[in-house]
Design a protein around this ligand. Sequence first.
Ligand code: UD1
Length: 428
Amino acid sequence: MDTILVRGNGPLNGEIEIAGAKNACLTLMPATLLTDEPLTLTNAPRLSDIRTMTELLRSLGAEVADLQDGRVLALSSHALSSHRADYDIVRKMRASILVLGPMLARDGQAIVSLPGGCAIGARPVDLHLRALEAMGAELDLRDGYVHAKAPMGGLRGAVIEFPLVSVGATENALLAATLARGTTVLKNAAREPEIVDLARCLRRMGAQIEGEGTGTITIQGVDRLSGATHPVVTDRIELGTYMLAPAICGGEVTCLGGRIELVESFCETLDQAGISVTESDRGLTVSRKNGRVNAVNVVTEPFPGFPTDLQAQMMALLCTADGVSELEETIFENRFMHAPELARMGARIEVHGGHARVTGVDRLRGAPVMATDLRASVSLILAGLAAEGETIVSRVYHLDRGYEKVVRKLRGVGADIERIKEQPAHGE
Ligand code: UD1
Protein backbone atom coordinates (compact mmCIF):
# COMPACT_ATOMS: atom_id res chain seq x y z
CA MET A 1 0.00 0.00 0.00
CA ASP A 2 1.21 3.51 -0.77
CA THR A 3 2.27 5.84 2.03
CA ILE A 4 2.61 9.61 2.24
CA LEU A 5 5.79 11.15 3.54
CA VAL A 6 5.53 14.66 5.01
CA ARG A 7 8.33 16.82 6.40
CA GLY A 8 7.48 19.97 8.34
CA ASN A 9 9.21 22.85 6.58
CA GLY A 10 7.67 26.12 7.66
CA PRO A 11 5.08 28.49 6.23
CA LEU A 12 2.97 27.74 3.17
CA ASN A 13 2.20 30.35 0.54
CA GLY A 14 0.25 30.38 -2.69
CA GLU A 15 -3.04 29.17 -4.12
CA ILE A 16 -4.95 25.91 -4.01
CA GLU A 17 -7.83 25.14 -6.34
CA ILE A 18 -10.81 23.59 -4.59
CA ALA A 19 -12.65 20.81 -6.42
CA GLY A 20 -16.36 20.05 -6.77
CA ALA A 21 -17.92 18.44 -3.70
CA LYS A 22 -17.61 14.68 -3.37
CA ASN A 23 -20.73 14.47 -1.22
CA ALA A 24 -22.78 16.56 -3.66
CA CYS A 25 -21.61 14.53 -6.64
CA LEU A 26 -22.50 11.27 -4.88
CA THR A 27 -26.12 12.38 -4.50
CA LEU A 28 -26.35 14.08 -7.92
CA MET A 29 -25.18 11.01 -9.83
CA PRO A 30 -28.13 8.80 -8.72
CA ALA A 31 -30.48 11.52 -10.02
CA THR A 32 -29.75 10.03 -13.46
CA LEU A 33 -31.91 7.07 -12.44
CA LEU A 34 -34.96 9.39 -12.39
CA THR A 35 -34.93 10.16 -16.11
CA ASP A 36 -34.27 8.56 -19.48
CA GLU A 37 -32.68 11.76 -20.73
CA PRO A 38 -28.97 12.62 -20.31
CA LEU A 39 -27.72 14.28 -17.12
CA THR A 40 -24.38 16.05 -17.36
CA LEU A 41 -22.46 17.02 -14.23
CA THR A 42 -19.61 19.50 -14.63
CA ASN A 43 -16.96 20.37 -12.01
CA ALA A 44 -16.97 16.75 -10.81
CA PRO A 45 -14.14 15.73 -8.49
CA ARG A 46 -11.81 12.88 -9.52
CA LEU A 47 -12.02 10.50 -6.60
CA SER A 48 -12.30 6.81 -5.92
CA ASP A 49 -15.77 7.28 -4.33
CA ILE A 50 -16.98 8.76 -7.62
CA ARG A 51 -15.58 5.73 -9.46
CA THR A 52 -17.43 3.47 -7.00
CA MET A 53 -20.73 5.28 -7.71
CA THR A 54 -19.95 5.01 -11.45
CA GLU A 55 -19.46 1.26 -11.07
CA LEU A 56 -22.73 0.97 -9.13
CA LEU A 57 -24.76 2.94 -11.68
CA ARG A 58 -23.26 0.93 -14.54
CA SER A 59 -24.20 -2.29 -12.75
CA LEU A 60 -27.82 -1.07 -12.88
CA GLY A 61 -27.62 -0.41 -16.62
CA ALA A 62 -26.87 3.32 -16.59
CA GLU A 63 -24.24 4.71 -18.92
CA VAL A 64 -21.60 6.88 -17.30
CA ALA A 65 -18.87 8.49 -19.38
CA ASP A 66 -16.18 10.61 -17.83
CA LEU A 67 -15.06 13.38 -20.10
CA GLN A 68 -12.36 16.02 -19.75
CA ASP A 69 -10.26 13.80 -17.55
CA GLY A 70 -13.15 13.08 -15.18
CA ARG A 71 -14.17 16.73 -14.71
CA VAL A 72 -17.42 16.12 -16.58
CA LEU A 73 -19.67 13.13 -16.01
CA ALA A 74 -22.18 12.32 -18.74
CA LEU A 75 -24.86 10.05 -17.31
CA SER A 76 -27.73 8.38 -19.05
CA SER A 77 -30.23 5.82 -17.78
CA HIS A 78 -32.37 5.01 -20.76
CA ALA A 79 -33.69 1.81 -19.24
CA LEU A 80 -32.39 -0.02 -16.20
CA SER A 81 -31.16 -3.56 -16.78
CA SER A 82 -31.03 -4.39 -13.07
CA HIS A 83 -32.59 -3.07 -9.88
CA ARG A 84 -30.15 -4.75 -7.56
CA ALA A 85 -27.30 -2.87 -5.83
CA ASP A 86 -24.92 -5.61 -4.74
CA TYR A 87 -23.21 -5.90 -1.39
CA ASP A 88 -19.81 -5.99 -3.12
CA ILE A 89 -20.24 -2.37 -4.21
CA VAL A 90 -22.42 -1.03 -1.38
CA ARG A 91 -20.01 -2.21 1.33
CA LYS A 92 -17.29 -0.01 -0.20
CA MET A 93 -19.37 3.13 0.13
CA ARG A 94 -22.39 3.95 2.25
CA ALA A 95 -23.66 6.58 -0.17
CA SER A 96 -24.65 3.64 -2.45
CA ILE A 97 -27.96 3.58 -0.51
CA LEU A 98 -28.86 6.75 -2.47
CA VAL A 99 -29.87 4.66 -5.51
CA LEU A 100 -32.78 3.21 -3.52
CA GLY A 101 -35.15 6.21 -3.64
CA PRO A 102 -34.65 6.99 -7.35
CA MET A 103 -35.05 3.36 -8.51
CA LEU A 104 -38.23 2.97 -6.48
CA ALA A 105 -39.63 6.25 -7.73
CA ARG A 106 -38.96 5.50 -11.39
CA ASP A 107 -39.52 1.76 -11.72
CA GLY A 108 -41.36 0.86 -8.52
CA GLN A 109 -38.76 -1.71 -7.45
CA ALA A 110 -35.29 -1.89 -5.96
CA ILE A 111 -33.11 -4.34 -4.09
CA VAL A 112 -30.24 -2.65 -2.27
CA SER A 113 -27.72 -4.19 0.08
CA LEU A 114 -27.64 -2.73 3.59
CA PRO A 115 -24.38 -0.82 3.96
CA GLY A 116 -23.38 -2.25 7.35
CA GLY A 117 -21.18 -0.50 9.89
CA CYS A 118 -18.17 1.60 9.16
CA ALA A 119 -15.13 2.88 10.97
CA ILE A 120 -16.83 5.99 12.36
CA GLY A 121 -19.80 4.25 13.95
CA ALA A 122 -22.88 2.15 13.31
CA ARG A 123 -24.51 4.57 10.85
CA PRO A 124 -27.89 2.89 10.30
CA VAL A 125 -30.20 3.64 7.34
CA ASP A 126 -33.51 3.37 9.25
CA LEU A 127 -34.43 7.00 8.49
CA HIS A 128 -34.02 6.43 4.74
CA LEU A 129 -36.29 3.39 4.96
CA ARG A 130 -38.93 5.04 7.16
CA ALA A 131 -39.18 7.98 4.77
CA LEU A 132 -39.74 5.69 1.79
CA GLU A 133 -42.29 3.64 3.77
CA ALA A 134 -44.17 6.84 4.53
CA MET A 135 -44.40 7.31 0.75
CA GLY A 136 -46.08 3.93 0.46
CA ALA A 137 -43.07 1.69 -0.26
CA GLU A 138 -43.27 -1.89 0.96
CA LEU A 139 -39.93 -2.93 2.39
CA ASP A 140 -38.70 -6.35 3.28
CA LEU A 141 -35.29 -6.83 4.91
CA ARG A 142 -33.85 -10.23 3.96
CA ASP A 143 -30.36 -11.68 3.42
CA GLY A 144 -28.74 -8.32 4.19
CA TYR A 145 -30.74 -6.60 1.45
CA VAL A 146 -33.67 -4.18 1.40
CA HIS A 147 -36.25 -5.51 -1.05
CA ALA A 148 -38.43 -2.52 -1.90
CA LYS A 149 -41.60 -2.17 -3.96
CA ALA A 150 -43.71 0.89 -4.63
CA PRO A 151 -47.51 0.52 -4.32
CA MET A 152 -49.73 0.26 -7.43
CA GLY A 153 -49.59 3.64 -9.13
CA GLY A 154 -46.18 4.47 -7.63
CA LEU A 155 -44.90 6.29 -4.56
CA ARG A 156 -47.23 8.90 -3.09
CA GLY A 157 -46.44 12.19 -1.43
CA ALA A 158 -46.33 12.26 2.37
CA VAL A 159 -45.47 14.48 5.30
CA ILE A 160 -42.23 13.10 6.74
CA GLU A 161 -40.77 14.45 9.94
CA PHE A 162 -37.25 13.17 10.56
CA PRO A 163 -36.57 12.46 14.25
CA LEU A 164 -32.97 13.55 13.72
CA VAL A 165 -31.26 15.45 10.95
CA SER A 166 -29.82 13.11 8.32
CA VAL A 167 -28.14 14.29 5.16
CA GLY A 168 -28.49 10.96 3.35
CA ALA A 169 -32.11 10.31 4.39
CA THR A 170 -33.11 13.83 3.28
CA GLU A 171 -31.43 13.21 -0.09
CA ASN A 172 -33.03 9.80 -0.63
CA ALA A 173 -36.49 11.15 0.24
CA LEU A 174 -35.99 14.26 -1.91
CA LEU A 175 -34.90 12.19 -4.92
CA ALA A 176 -37.86 9.82 -4.53
CA ALA A 177 -40.43 12.57 -3.92
CA THR A 178 -39.74 14.29 -7.25
CA LEU A 179 -41.67 11.54 -9.07
CA ALA A 180 -44.18 10.67 -6.32
CA ARG A 181 -47.88 11.45 -6.76
CA GLY A 182 -48.84 14.58 -4.85
CA THR A 183 -47.00 16.70 -2.33
CA THR A 184 -44.22 15.59 -0.01
CA VAL A 185 -43.14 17.73 2.92
CA LEU A 186 -39.79 16.90 4.55
CA LYS A 187 -39.63 18.33 8.08
CA ASN A 188 -36.44 18.58 10.13
CA ALA A 189 -34.66 18.16 6.78
CA ALA A 190 -30.90 18.56 6.48
CA ARG A 191 -29.82 22.01 5.27
CA GLU A 192 -26.33 21.20 3.95
CA PRO A 193 -25.14 22.97 0.77
CA GLU A 194 -25.06 19.53 -0.90
CA ILE A 195 -28.85 19.26 -0.38
CA VAL A 196 -29.32 22.72 -1.87
CA ASP A 197 -27.18 21.67 -4.83
CA LEU A 198 -29.24 18.50 -5.33
CA ALA A 199 -32.49 20.48 -5.24
CA ARG A 200 -31.13 22.94 -7.80
CA CYS A 201 -30.11 20.13 -10.14
CA LEU A 202 -33.48 18.38 -9.75
CA ARG A 203 -35.23 21.66 -10.47
CA ARG A 204 -33.22 22.00 -13.69
CA MET A 205 -34.55 18.52 -14.53
CA GLY A 206 -38.11 19.78 -14.06
CA ALA A 207 -38.77 18.91 -10.42
CA GLN A 208 -40.91 21.23 -8.30
CA ILE A 209 -39.11 21.87 -5.03
CA GLU A 210 -39.24 24.69 -2.47
CA GLY A 211 -37.48 25.34 0.80
CA GLU A 212 -34.11 23.64 0.27
CA GLY A 213 -31.56 25.07 2.68
CA THR A 214 -34.26 25.38 5.37
CA GLY A 215 -35.58 22.71 7.72
CA THR A 216 -38.75 22.19 5.62
CA ILE A 217 -38.58 21.11 1.98
CA THR A 218 -41.77 20.82 -0.06
CA ILE A 219 -41.83 18.74 -3.23
CA GLN A 220 -44.69 18.62 -5.69
CA GLY A 221 -44.33 15.35 -7.61
CA VAL A 222 -44.24 15.50 -11.43
CA ASP A 223 -44.91 12.77 -14.03
CA ARG A 224 -41.47 12.83 -15.57
CA LEU A 225 -38.12 14.54 -15.34
CA SER A 226 -35.93 15.62 -18.21
CA GLY A 227 -32.17 15.83 -18.70
CA ALA A 228 -30.03 18.75 -17.51
CA THR A 229 -26.51 20.07 -17.19
CA HIS A 230 -25.45 21.03 -13.68
CA PRO A 231 -22.17 22.23 -12.12
CA VAL A 232 -21.29 20.49 -8.84
CA VAL A 233 -21.01 22.91 -5.89
CA THR A 234 -17.55 23.59 -4.37
CA ASP A 235 -16.36 21.04 -1.81
CA ARG A 236 -16.67 22.84 1.52
CA ILE A 237 -14.81 20.09 3.36
CA GLU A 238 -11.85 20.15 0.99
CA LEU A 239 -12.02 23.94 1.30
CA GLY A 240 -11.94 23.88 5.11
CA THR A 241 -9.13 21.32 5.08
CA TYR A 242 -6.84 23.46 2.94
CA MET A 243 -7.80 26.61 4.87
CA LEU A 244 -6.23 24.89 7.86
CA ALA A 245 -2.86 24.41 6.11
CA PRO A 246 -1.66 28.04 6.55
CA ALA A 247 -3.40 28.16 9.94
CA ILE A 248 -1.21 25.26 11.11
CA CYS A 249 2.01 26.10 9.28
CA GLY A 250 1.88 29.91 8.99
CA GLY A 251 2.03 31.70 5.64
CA GLU A 252 -0.88 32.80 3.45
CA VAL A 253 -2.92 30.57 1.18
CA THR A 254 -5.83 31.45 -1.11
CA CYS A 255 -8.34 28.65 -1.65
CA LEU A 256 -9.67 29.32 -5.14
CA GLY A 257 -13.43 29.00 -5.52
CA GLY A 258 -14.02 29.15 -1.75
CA ARG A 259 -16.97 31.14 -0.37
CA ILE A 260 -17.67 32.02 3.25
CA GLU A 261 -21.33 30.97 3.02
CA LEU A 262 -20.14 27.36 2.60
CA VAL A 263 -18.04 27.40 5.78
CA GLU A 264 -19.46 30.19 7.92
CA SER A 265 -19.42 28.54 11.35
CA PHE A 266 -15.99 27.08 10.61
CA CYS A 267 -14.74 30.62 9.79
CA GLU A 268 -16.19 31.91 13.08
CA THR A 269 -14.23 29.24 14.95
CA LEU A 270 -11.07 30.08 13.00
CA ASP A 271 -11.56 33.74 13.88
CA GLN A 272 -11.67 32.88 17.60
CA ALA A 273 -8.53 30.79 17.11
CA GLY A 274 -6.74 33.84 15.72
CA ILE A 275 -6.93 32.94 12.04
CA SER A 276 -7.96 35.57 9.52
CA VAL A 277 -10.12 34.70 6.51
CA THR A 278 -10.87 37.21 3.77
CA GLU A 279 -13.19 36.67 0.84
CA SER A 280 -12.61 37.94 -2.69
CA ASP A 281 -13.92 37.08 -6.16
CA ARG A 282 -11.24 34.44 -6.43
CA GLY A 283 -11.80 32.67 -3.14
CA LEU A 284 -10.83 32.71 0.53
CA THR A 285 -7.42 33.89 1.72
CA VAL A 286 -6.23 32.55 5.06
CA SER A 287 -3.37 33.50 7.38
CA ARG A 288 -2.65 33.82 11.10
CA LYS A 289 -3.59 37.18 12.58
CA ASN A 290 -0.58 37.50 14.89
CA GLY A 291 1.48 34.36 14.50
CA ARG A 292 -0.27 32.48 17.32
CA VAL A 293 -3.16 30.06 17.46
CA ASN A 294 -5.58 30.29 20.41
CA ALA A 295 -7.35 27.34 21.96
CA VAL A 296 -11.07 27.20 21.05
CA ASN A 297 -14.01 24.97 21.86
CA VAL A 298 -15.74 23.13 19.03
CA VAL A 299 -19.10 21.34 18.94
CA THR A 300 -19.99 19.49 15.73
CA GLU A 301 -23.56 19.99 14.51
CA PRO A 302 -25.63 19.61 11.35
CA PHE A 303 -25.27 22.51 8.90
CA PRO A 304 -25.05 25.47 9.51
CA GLY A 305 -23.11 24.29 12.60
CA PHE A 306 -19.47 23.21 12.68
CA PRO A 307 -19.14 20.21 10.30
CA THR A 308 -18.19 16.83 11.73
CA ASP A 309 -16.15 16.29 8.56
CA LEU A 310 -13.76 19.08 9.66
CA GLN A 311 -13.43 18.00 13.28
CA ALA A 312 -10.30 15.85 12.82
CA GLN A 313 -8.50 18.54 10.81
CA MET A 314 -9.45 21.21 13.40
CA MET A 315 -8.06 19.00 16.13
CA ALA A 316 -4.73 18.89 14.27
CA LEU A 317 -4.64 22.71 14.44
CA LEU A 318 -5.53 22.80 18.13
CA CYS A 319 -2.69 20.39 19.06
CA THR A 320 -0.25 23.32 19.00
CA ALA A 321 -2.66 26.10 20.10
CA ASP A 322 -2.09 28.22 23.24
CA GLY A 323 -4.20 26.62 25.98
CA VAL A 324 -6.80 23.91 26.31
CA SER A 325 -9.47 23.23 23.67
CA GLU A 326 -12.57 21.10 24.15
CA LEU A 327 -14.07 19.27 21.19
CA GLU A 328 -17.47 17.65 21.30
CA GLU A 329 -18.55 15.27 18.52
CA THR A 330 -22.35 15.05 18.41
CA ILE A 331 -22.94 13.50 14.96
CA PHE A 332 -20.99 10.24 15.04
CA GLU A 333 -19.87 8.09 17.93
CA ASN A 334 -16.30 6.86 17.61
CA ARG A 335 -14.99 9.70 15.50
CA PHE A 336 -11.82 10.46 17.45
CA MET A 337 -9.68 7.69 16.03
CA HIS A 338 -7.14 10.24 14.86
CA ALA A 339 -6.51 11.27 18.49
CA PRO A 340 -4.21 8.35 19.41
CA GLU A 341 -2.34 8.84 16.13
CA LEU A 342 -1.88 12.57 16.84
CA ALA A 343 -0.71 11.58 20.33
CA ARG A 344 2.04 9.51 18.68
CA MET A 345 3.25 12.81 17.26
CA GLY A 346 3.42 14.37 20.73
CA ALA A 347 -0.10 15.84 20.98
CA ARG A 348 -1.77 15.91 24.42
CA ILE A 349 -5.33 14.67 23.92
CA GLU A 350 -7.71 13.00 26.38
CA VAL A 351 -10.80 11.38 24.91
CA HIS A 352 -13.89 10.51 26.96
CA GLY A 353 -16.75 9.26 24.80
CA GLY A 354 -17.79 12.08 22.49
CA HIS A 355 -15.50 14.64 24.19
CA ALA A 356 -11.86 15.34 23.52
CA ARG A 357 -9.68 17.74 25.49
CA VAL A 358 -6.62 18.99 23.65
CA THR A 359 -3.86 20.72 25.59
CA GLY A 360 -1.67 22.65 23.18
CA VAL A 361 2.02 21.71 23.01
CA ASP A 362 4.85 23.81 21.56
CA ARG A 363 5.65 21.44 18.76
CA LEU A 364 4.56 18.14 17.23
CA ARG A 365 7.20 15.61 16.23
CA GLY A 366 7.03 13.48 13.08
CA ALA A 367 6.15 9.80 13.51
CA PRO A 368 4.80 6.86 11.54
CA VAL A 369 1.00 7.08 11.80
CA MET A 370 -1.95 5.25 10.37
CA ALA A 371 -4.99 6.75 8.66
CA THR A 372 -8.22 5.25 9.99
CA ASP A 373 -10.75 7.08 7.85
CA LEU A 374 -10.95 9.76 5.21
CA ARG A 375 -10.89 12.89 7.36
CA ALA A 376 -8.56 11.36 9.96
CA SER A 377 -6.02 10.70 7.22
CA VAL A 378 -5.88 14.31 6.09
CA SER A 379 -5.67 15.54 9.69
CA LEU A 380 -2.48 13.49 10.08
CA ILE A 381 -1.05 15.07 6.93
CA LEU A 382 -1.86 18.55 8.27
CA ALA A 383 -0.23 17.68 11.60
CA GLY A 384 2.81 16.30 9.75
CA LEU A 385 3.17 19.59 7.84
CA ALA A 386 3.60 21.39 11.15
CA ALA A 387 5.72 18.73 12.90
CA GLU A 388 9.45 18.58 13.34
CA GLY A 389 10.96 15.78 11.24
CA GLU A 390 9.30 13.14 9.12
CA THR A 391 5.77 11.80 9.30
CA ILE A 392 4.82 8.73 7.33
CA VAL A 393 1.08 8.24 6.89
CA SER A 394 0.01 4.73 5.91
CA ARG A 395 -3.35 3.40 4.67
CA VAL A 396 -3.71 6.40 2.40
CA TYR A 397 -6.38 4.71 0.28
CA HIS A 398 -8.82 6.45 2.64
CA LEU A 399 -7.46 9.74 1.37
CA ASP A 400 -8.04 8.84 -2.28
CA ARG A 401 -11.76 8.54 -1.51
CA GLY A 402 -12.12 12.22 -0.86
CA TYR A 403 -9.07 14.31 -1.80
CA GLU A 404 -7.86 14.59 -5.37
CA LYS A 405 -4.21 15.42 -6.00
CA VAL A 406 -3.53 16.19 -2.36
CA VAL A 407 0.23 15.88 -2.81
CA ARG A 408 0.28 18.13 -5.86
CA LYS A 409 -2.00 20.73 -4.24
CA LEU A 410 0.11 20.96 -1.07
CA ARG A 411 3.41 20.98 -2.96
CA GLY A 412 2.01 23.89 -4.96
CA VAL A 413 2.02 26.01 -1.79
CA GLY A 414 5.49 24.87 -0.75
CA ALA A 415 4.85 21.78 1.39
CA ASP A 416 7.44 19.03 1.53
CA ILE A 417 5.22 16.04 0.83
CA GLU A 418 5.46 13.01 -1.42
CA ARG A 419 3.60 9.83 -2.11
CA ILE A 420 5.67 6.70 -1.90
CA LYS A 421 4.36 3.99 -4.17
CA GLU A 422 4.22 0.52 -2.79
CA GLN A 423 7.22 -1.49 -3.91
CA PRO A 424 6.37 -4.73 -5.75
CA ALA A 425 6.96 -7.69 -3.41
CA HIS A 426 9.50 -9.39 -5.69
CA GLY A 427 12.15 -7.88 -7.96
CA GLU A 428 11.27 -5.21 -10.60
C1 UD1 B 1 -23.21 12.55 5.18
C2 UD1 B 1 -21.85 12.75 4.55
C3 UD1 B 1 -20.74 12.59 5.59
C4 UD1 B 1 -21.02 13.50 6.78
C5 UD1 B 1 -22.43 13.31 7.32
C6 UD1 B 1 -22.79 14.30 8.42
C7 UD1 B 1 -22.19 11.98 2.28
C8 UD1 B 1 -21.91 10.96 1.24
N1 UD1 B 1 -21.68 11.78 3.48
O1 UD1 B 1 -23.25 11.21 5.65
O2 UD1 B 1 -19.49 12.92 4.99
O3 UD1 B 1 -20.08 13.19 7.81
O4 UD1 B 1 -23.38 13.48 6.26
O5 UD1 B 1 -22.60 15.58 7.97
O6 UD1 B 1 -22.85 12.96 2.01
N2 UD1 B 1 -28.53 8.20 11.11
C9 UD1 B 1 -29.44 7.31 11.62
N3 UD1 B 1 -30.29 6.68 10.75
C10 UD1 B 1 -30.26 6.92 9.41
C11 UD1 B 1 -29.33 7.85 8.90
C12 UD1 B 1 -28.48 8.49 9.78
O7 UD1 B 1 -29.49 7.08 12.82
O8 UD1 B 1 -31.05 6.32 8.67
C13 UD1 B 1 -27.59 8.90 12.03
C14 UD1 B 1 -26.14 8.61 11.72
O9 UD1 B 1 -25.69 7.41 12.32
C15 UD1 B 1 -25.46 9.83 12.26
C16 UD1 B 1 -26.47 10.94 12.00
O10 UD1 B 1 -27.72 10.28 11.80
O11 UD1 B 1 -25.26 9.70 13.65
C17 UD1 B 1 -26.17 11.81 10.79
O12 UD1 B 1 -25.93 10.99 9.67
P1 UD1 B 1 -26.24 11.46 8.18
O13 UD1 B 1 -26.47 12.92 8.16
O14 UD1 B 1 -27.28 10.58 7.61
O15 UD1 B 1 -24.86 11.16 7.46
P2 UD1 B 1 -24.64 10.55 6.03
O16 UD1 B 1 -25.69 11.01 5.09
O17 UD1 B 1 -24.38 9.09 6.15
